[in-house]
Design a protein around this ligand. Structure first.
Ligand SMILES: [Zn+2]
Length: 356
């Protein structure tokens, strides 16, 4: 392990890094007040040349699984077995992490600020440093986020980058890929306007980028970390950076989608975990009325994939097991074989509360 501090440069900063090496670097990002924010990351250079995979986590301060996953990915990538370059930034937005919240106060949303601005707000300067030094020299990009624990892990995509990024999304290997809508640089149905990294990569660089939303925010989950590690290794195999084939998921979510609502106000107690495959008739959860103490069971209407199970507050982050009458408490999808040629990623249609 060697350490480098690099000046921002339009050239890949790893140009003169040794083959078959792992280097910790630090990008200096000048902030509005003149102080310099260090932005640390790793470059694993393979023994032979090949594609470059860039991945980062925690553009948002509540999304922590990707930090641990990226550390594990770097540690498990053997430079002598690698063809090409792995570039990894565990904390893409230190200001958000330090704020202990989704967004640092007074700053723009990092994932609506691509490709950034070296003269802009502090977060825009960080995004620009990532874009100019690292992302634009990549062949594929993984953007790790996090979603509240009522959801199964999923990949989010939009139409602007679909054609460029769908194959990357497929090989990553999560069973659920969903279309979250929006045009990337226009107001979305539930996401704030602005350009996210996926659209920026497709539009400005013609390279694939995907948003990965592992289950769990504000805490780390071993199962989610494993999914992110597995996905990155699947992608490196697909790119030819490592030998072997990507591991396909056991199924893909798609086809018929159902959303089940609470028949009354009450305490919702989930009986199965998001991400599980269940049969028709499975008890997904129980609802206890506060007025009659009557218990209603929420039953799976079909065989399928439990994408969401449980209510949560409208801020998208705070879990709360009290459901209002009529509030959606379950989202299920049918499943298809992972190689089904007719499969298309399902569209996100629920009244979206999550910020991604
Ligand atoms: Zn996010």
């Amino acid at each position: 392990m060697t350490s480098r501090t690099a000046e921002p440069s339009p050239e890949p900063l790893w140009t003169d890094f040794e083959p078959a090496s792992c280097t910790r670097f630090s990008l200096p990002v000048e902030q509005k007040d003149g102080t310099v924010l260090p932005l640390p990351g790793y470059v694993v250079r393979g023994a032979t040349s090949g594609p470059t995979l860039y991945l980062h986590a925690s553009q948002h301060g509540t999304e922590l699984n990707g930090i641990k996953a990226i550390l594990d990915i770097v540690a498990a990538t053997e430079p002598t077995a690698l063809s090409g370059t792995l570039v990894a930034v565990p904390v893409a937005n230190p200001l958000a992490i330090r704020s202990r919240s989704y967004l640092p106060e007074g700053e723009p949303n990092a994932n609506r600020a691509w490709p950034g601005d070296p003269q802009g707000e502090n977060v825009q300067r960080i995004v620009h440093a990532l874009f100019d030094n690292l992302v634009r020299h990549a062949d594929a990009v993984l953007d790790y986020h996090g979603i509240n624990a009522r959801y199964a892990s999923a990949i989010w995509m939009g139409e602007p980058e679909y054609d460029i990024a769908i194959e990357l999304a497929r090989v990553f290997g999560l069973p659920c890929i969903e279309m979250v809508g929006g045009k990337g640089d226009q107001p979305k149905t539930f996401l704030k306007p602005g350009v996210d990294v996926r659209v920026c990569c497709a539009r400005d660089l013609s390279i694939p980028a995907i948003t990965v939303e592992p289950r769990g925010e504000m805490v780390t989950r071993p199962d989610s970390v494993r999914e992110l590690v597995q996905g990155a290794f699947n992608v490196m195999r697909w790119l030819g950076m490592l030998s072997g084939e990507p591991q396909a998921p056991p199924f893909r979510a798609g086809g018929r989608r159902v959303e089940l609502a609470a028949p009354m106000e009450g305490l919702y107690y989930a009986r199965v975990e998001p991400g599980e495959l269940v049969d028709e008739g499975t008890v997904l959860g129980e609802l206890v009325s506060f007025t009659t103490l009557e218990v209603e069971r929420i039953i799976a209407p079909m065989h399928g994939f439990v994408y969401m199970n449980g209510p949560y507050l409208r801020d998208g982050h705070t879990l709360n097991d009290i459901a209002d009458e009529g509030e959606g408490v379950v989202i299920m999808w049918e499943t298809v074989a992972p190689d089904d040629a007719s499969w298309r990623p399902p569209a996100h249609q629920s009244p979206a509360k999550s910020k991604g």
